[in-house]
Write a protein that binds this ligand. Structure first.
Ligand code: 5RP
Length: 220
């Protein structure tokens, strides 16, 4: 089974969590694209979706699913999104696609977070995937120096501007044994908009696609 087939299987398994009549939140990335394609078959059952990126908004609209302003949506039933890494506590690294800020907002506004991924994303310790940090442009060098003090090796994702007009630093070399603490520490650095650690608000369910089928993990 290809990695794409595993992503698609996980994405389709998330459909059972969609609550008819309820607005849901939708993340960003190739796994979420499979989810949006599958969600099209339920478009008459839901009022619409709050989206975490311009890219997902365009795909939702193309699938006939209304994109709703989060400010008018109230609390969302579920949030469905992918991840770059997940541990067994369902703490995540996200932001490989650069949409981490809106993803964290929509996740925070949702009652249940369903993470969809292929099984290669499950790790014992987070940090092999460089941790994305969205930063106000003028703070880029300052934040990079602070991240070095925390033991990381930041590199600027050049030529990338987020949907919010900011830049991204990808921080390599971290072995993240206390994700909640590191999320808090990095989040407090002046100029940081969002750190791509989702540990203070982890996923509630992780659906992992593999050749053996879709495995469902809940936080331990
Ligand atoms: C985008 C994300 C994605 O969820 C993450 O990068 C995983 O992407 P994919 O589903 O393409 O593997 O956080 O900002």
């Amino acid at each position: 089974m290809s990695q794409d087939a595993a992503k698609k299987a996980a994405a389709e398994a998330a459909l059972k969590y969609v609550e008819p009549g309820e607005i849901l939140g939708v993340g960003t990335g190739s796994t979420v694209n499979f989810f949006i394609d599958a969600l099209a078959q339920m478009r008459h059952d839901i009022p619409g979706a709050a989206s975490s990126s311009e890219a997902s908004s365009a795909r939702l609209k193309a699938a006939g699913i209304p994109v709703l302003d989060l400010n008018n949506a109230g609390s969302l039933s579920i949030y469905v999104d992918g991840a770059d890494e997940a541990n067994h506590q369902l703490h995540l690294i996200k932001g490989g696609g650069g949409a981490l800020t809106r993803e964290k907002i929509v996740a925070a506004a949702s009652r249940k977070f369903i993470c969809i991924a292929d099984e290669s994303k499950l790790v014992q310790v987070l940090g092999k995937f460089p941790l994305p940090v969205e930063v106000i442009p003028m703070a880029r060098s300052y934040v990079a120096r602070e991240l070095v003090k925390l033991g990381g090796m930041p590199s600027w994702r050049e030529k990338v501007v987020t949907d919010n007009g900011n830049v991204i630093l990808d921080v390599a070399g971290l072995s993240i044994t206390d994700p909640v603490k590191l999320e808090t520490e990095i989040g407090l650095i002046a100029g940081v908009v969002t750190v791509g650690l989702f540990a203070r608000r982890p996923a509630d369910v992780l659906l992992l696609g593999s050749p053996a089928g879709v495995r469902e993990l809940k936080a331990i």
